[in-house]
Design a binder for this molecule. Structure first.
Ligand SMILES: [Fe+2]
Length: 419
């Protein structure tokens, strides 16, 4: 029986020597057409065997091959191939093969730690389905791809289980949200050919401003954590991690849901978003880093400002204690070469924290239709503020780092450079 790959492939967690290639087998070659009631965009999985061939030649001559692996319903018909012993700073090509289908794609490995950094990367967040702005997927995808980024970061709220119908009150409906979103033609084209780092936030774990122990219908927070691991091209390690990209750049990716206190808890010493272990890891690895530029990519903001009634992130009064602790620590320990890029907020900004000088770039919603929610421009914080969709690109060229906010088509709307 022929098997297909209607949900495409994803390449995650690229390092100088390793990468993860995510594959999933489907019963049909393409997504299901029809209406919402008919579950348009569904891509039912199917059991079968799959392997990946990969190498540095586009025609895959002399390529290496993984063993054939069987996939079943136990993993939602997915498999994460962990490629090892790759060469640093190379463009790799691969083919994901099943009995009856092949997907070809590419990705880049990080340069070795001593090599000067010279590349661009992109960061996006918050993609709704009904308000994606184009039937084939959000305009930011072809716009990001045109910039030929070395990698991209998908910074949470990649599906909206609670807001976008049908509300995912079962694990099965939650999986449908991933099938529908990531089988869109523009997302397929992007994800097979750009290495990515995936972070989750509230709406793609369970529901709005969520924390552990919550549920929505029969769908639980723990199931949400498991499904994200199945759908994202992650390796088996902790959900927080750091990656070195040559001499001049190191990025940190933090986890904002798994370890947090209930948002309803009174603020104080014990209340946390990161949790003790992650916070110690973040401080230790930031202190140890020799990179010219250190960039924290966070699913939620640390500077803001945010709406006064919100109570979910480090810029809100509900988490002020840990927010103040972190901002003061960054000022004391990484005062001049450290930046925060955040997801979650549906407007673009560059803020500088008035007391600590911490720089934060909010990348904004993935479509104009999804943009809203700002408390308004605040000149005490904002160097830039725009209530539209888009994404952020960052260019690192040795001792120079350039942040560019872009609209949904990739046109630059704000730049900030430091040398
Ligand atoms: Fe969002």
């Amino acid at each position: 029986m022929s098997t297909f790959q209607a949900t495409g492939t994803r390449v995650g967690e690229p390092t100088a020597l390793t990468a993860v290639v995510w594959v999933r087998l489907t019963a049909a070659a393409t997504r299901k057409p029809g209406t919402l009631a008919e579950l348009e965009g569904a891509c039912p999985g199917v059991a079968g065997r799959v392997r990946v061939r990969y190498g540095t030649r586009e025609d895959l001559r002399g390529a290496q091959a993984t063993p054939w692996v069987s996939v079943t319903e136990a993993t939602d018909f997915t498999h994460h191939f962990e490629l090892k012993n790759l060469k640093p700073g190379m463009r790799y090509f691969y083919a994901s093969e099943s009995d009856g289908s092949e997907v070809r794609g590419a990705f880049q490995t990080a340069p070795r730690e001593k090599a000067p950094s010279d590349f661009r990367f992109c960061v996006m967040t918050c993609q709704g389905y009904p308000d994606r702005g184009h039937a084939d997927g959000h305009a930011i995808y072809p716009a990001m791809q045109a910039l030929q980024p070395a990698f991209a970061c998908l910074t949470g709220d990649l599906v909206y289980y609670d807001n976008d119908p049908p509300r995912a009150e079962t694990a099965q409906l939650a999986r449908y949200h991933w099938e529908r979103m990531f089988s869109l033609p523009r997302l397929l084209a992007f994800n097979k050919s750009v290495g990515t780092y995936w972070l989750k936030d509230d709406h793609d774990t369970l529901n709005d401003d969520t924390w552990p122990s919550k549920s929505m219908g029969s769908f639980t927070f723990a199931e949400g954590q498991k499904i994200f691991r199945q759908q994202a091209p992650l390796s088996n390690g902790p959900s927080y991690r750091t990656f070195r990209w040559g001499r001049d750049l190191q990025i940190w990716l933090t986890e904002g849901r798994d370890f947090r206190s209930p948002n309803t808890m009174p603020d104080g010493l014990e209340k946390t978003i990161l949790g003790k272990t992650q916070k110690e890891w973040l401080k230790r690895t930031l202190r140890e880093s020799t990179a010219t530029w250190k960039v924290l990519i966070s699913p939620t903001p640390l500077v803001g400002p945010d709406r006064a009634k919100k109570n979910d992130n480090h810029s809100n009064v509900g988490f002020q204690h840990e927010g103040d602790e972190l901002r003061a620590w960054f000022k004391a320990n990484v005062p001049s070469n450290f930046f925060v890029i955040c997801g979650d907020r549906h407007w673009q900004y560059h803020s500088v924290h008035p007391e600590t000088g911490l720089n934060e770039f909010s990348v904004g919603a993935a479509s104009d239709e999804h943009a809203a929610g700002t408390p308004g421009e605040d000149k005490r914080y904002h160097k830039f503020h725009r209530v539209k969709g888009g994404f952020l690109s960052v260019t690192v060229k040795g001792p120079t780092i350039l942040f560019e906010h872009r609209d949904i088509y990739g046109t630059v709307v704000y730049t900030y450079q430091q040398s």
